[in-house]
Ligand binder design. Structure first.
Ligand code: PEP
Ligand code: MG
Length: 586
């Protein structure tokens, strides 16, 4: 049996896992009232209280085990769930139902959950609507305790070594703890490629397949599963040939990885002697270790959204500074590119952001730098902290989602103002801290020259550039067949940006997923890209390709490919480039 959906293989690393399923299932949800005898009502109330106590204890125990390096937001997320377990709207109402209907605790809980979910769903405010997921997490934890079952929190500290965790959904705290418990892969029923679980799985270097509907029903606890993150498939009921194939593939991947480890210190230089900068992307401060272990020259993208997630207040300047200093210390002298807040759409949080009517398109709305300029008091603490961090190590500041030159000028003026404030307060910062901008929307690529003239570097964000060029929602599974980061239109915008960089003497990096995809490394080298930033797990694979590439050959091949971009099959031409042959290009 093969179940497939969004694959989240960690490219260049272990993108495949094989092991026994650890199914974390919700207890059956009764659909009709489960009546109990009047004398058993007291017992049901006691069962509910015991389950609430156990669920809260399990969460507190998780909270106490969270490692120091974990973002504070994860602990706050758990606190919110503990508080919800004490909320009268949930708990008192369930008690009342048990008494009034003489029904089981499970049924009363389920019914009250359905009532509250309907209330959440009817809310106009997208933030309030999104709280339904918290309610579901909490109800799931209580139901699991009622069923005497286990939940991720109850598993913290247990030996999950070698297990594939199959769950309806995993909260960020679950993903971190399960990873620490030794889980080798995640399969979830819900979530898109940009869900919290997906982002964390990538940063934990754990293959995952998300959005596999009914996985907890189809997959049996203990049965052997293959999670193929590259294919986006989960395989069960394995026949001997399939099992042997994947065992061989995993062995080969392990051997390759071990051999690559020896190459960490080798320079990232092409056959014709050109140095290529290979940088890491960071989701969490603790990812800094993986960046160093894999030989990153620095961090080309540190996403700071995690500082804002799963909490009810905003991080202040001190908290920003603490997180940035932790990364700077972890990187021990290599530079970090801190991207300013990029909230909105795929990175929604509870505390920030506009409320927009359902008809509006949030991907085109007040997000990222637009949001920061709309609310400078939200932005200022982060700008101050990044500048202050620059006194402690090599820091670069990067602005996401720039759309117009005027917008960039406004940001630069704000940064200059903040610099002035810090100087007058006698606070240290690096006055020469480089400032760069991301090229993520077509207008930025088309105006790249003007942007480059005002900035110290550009970085191409292909995840959004693809979305906005092709008008394809990067999170919408129903149109994902159109999502193509090497579509001729996207390639032309990338080339335009690289040309603007050359013309103005401004370095151009790439930090979207394309930069860590080995299928396109030669293409990008041939187009003139000299700085790649990617998940740390992909660095050694990309270095291997860089070291085997001759730029003069690739440049000629890519020039040929561009002449024929609209004819025939560009994929075949790219394949020829990857084979290192001229076949198909002549
Ligand atoms: C991108 O859009 O390519 C990018 C790197 O930013 P994010 O994925 O965080 O939107
Ligand atoms: Mg982006």
């Amino acid at each position: 049996m093969t179940l497939s959906c969004h694959g989240l293989g960690v490219r260049g690393s272990r993108s495949v896992a094989l092991g026994p399923a650890f199914v974390i299932a919700r207890g059956p949800s009764p659909s009709s009232p489960e009546r109990v005898a009047p004398e058993a009502v007291g017992l049901e109330l006691a069962r509910l209280d015991a389950a609430l106590d156990a669920a809260r204890d399990a969460l507190r125990s998780v909270r106490s085990r969270i490692p120091a390096a974990t973002p504070v937001s994860v602990a706050e997320f758990i606190d919110t769930h503990i508080l919800m377990m004490e909320d009268a709207a949930l708990v008192d109402a369930v008690r009342e139902l048990i008494r009034a209907e003489a029904c089981s605790a499970e049924w009363a809980l389920q019914r009250q959950r359905d009532v509250l979910i309907r209330v959440f769903d009817a809310m106009e405010d997208p933030y309030l609507r999104s709280r339904r997921h918290d309610l579901d997490h909490v109800v799931l934890q209580i139901q699991t305790q009622l069923g005497g079952g286990v939940r991720a929190e109850g598993l913290a500290g247990q030996d999950l070594a070698g297990c594939v965790v199959v769950a309806e959904d995993l909260a960020p705290a679950d993903a971190i703890l399960l990873g620490q418990g030794g889980a080798i892969a995640f399969v979830t029923e819900f979530g898109g490629p940009m869900s919290h679980t997906a982002i964390l799985a990538r940063s934990l270097n754990i293959p995952a397949v998300v959005g596999v509907h009914h996985a907890t029903q189809y997959l049996r606890h203990g049965e052997t599963l293959v999670v193929d993150g590259d294919l986006g498939a989960v395989l069960a009921d394995l026949d001997p040939a399939t099992l042997a194939f994947y065992q061989g593939r995993i062995r080969a991947l392990d051997e390759r990885r071990a051999a690559q480890r020896c190459t960490v210190d080798r320079p990232s230089v092409t056959l014709d002697g050109v140095h290529i900068g290979l940088f890491a992307n960071l989701e969490l401060p603790e990812d800094a270790a993986a960046a160093r272990v894999n030989g990153a020259a620095g961090v080309g993208l540190y996403r700071t959204e995690f500082l804002y997630m799963n909490r009810s207040d905003l991080p202040d300047e001190a908290e920003h500074l603490e997180a940035y200093r932790a990364v700077i210390d972890g990187l021990a002298g290599i530079p970090v590119t801190i991207r300013t807040l990029d909230l909105g759409v795929d990175k929604q949080v509870d505390t920030v952001g506009p409320t927009c009517p359902p008809a509006c398109n949030p991907a085109l709305g007040l997000r990222a730098i637009r949001l920061c300029l709309h609310d400078p008091e939200l932005f200022r603490p982060q700008l101050r902290a990044i500048l202050r961090a620059s006194a402690h190590g090599p820091v670069r500041l990067m602005i996401p989602m720039i759309t117009t030159v005027g917008e960039l000028d406004t940001v630069l003026a704000l940064i200059a103002q903040v610099r002035g404030e810090l100087a007058s307060e006698g606070i240290d910062f690096d006055p020469a801290m480089p400032i760069g901008g991301m090229v993520e929307v077509p207008s930025a690529a088309l105006c790249a020259r003007a942007l480059a003239q005002r900035l110290d570097f550009l970085s191409i964000g292909t995840n959004d550039l693809t979305q906005y060029t092709l008008a394809v929602d990067r999170m919408d599974d129903s149109v994902s067949y159109l999502y193509d980061p090497v579509h001729p239109a996207v390639l032309r915008l990338i080339r335009m940006t690289l040309e603007a960089g050359r013309a103005t003497g401004t370095p151009v990096a790439m930090c979207g997923e394309l930069a860590g995809d080995p299928r396109y490394t030669r293409l990008l080298l041939g187009m003139g890209l000299r700085e790649f930033s990617m998940q740390a797990g992909a660095l050694l694979d990309i270095k291997e390709l860089v070291r085997a590439s001759d730029l003069s050959v690739l440049e000629a091949q890519v020039a040929e490919l561009f002449k024929r971009l609209d004819e025939g099959d560009p994929a075949a031409l790219m394949e020829a480039i990857n084979r290192g042959s001229d076949a198909g290009l002549g």
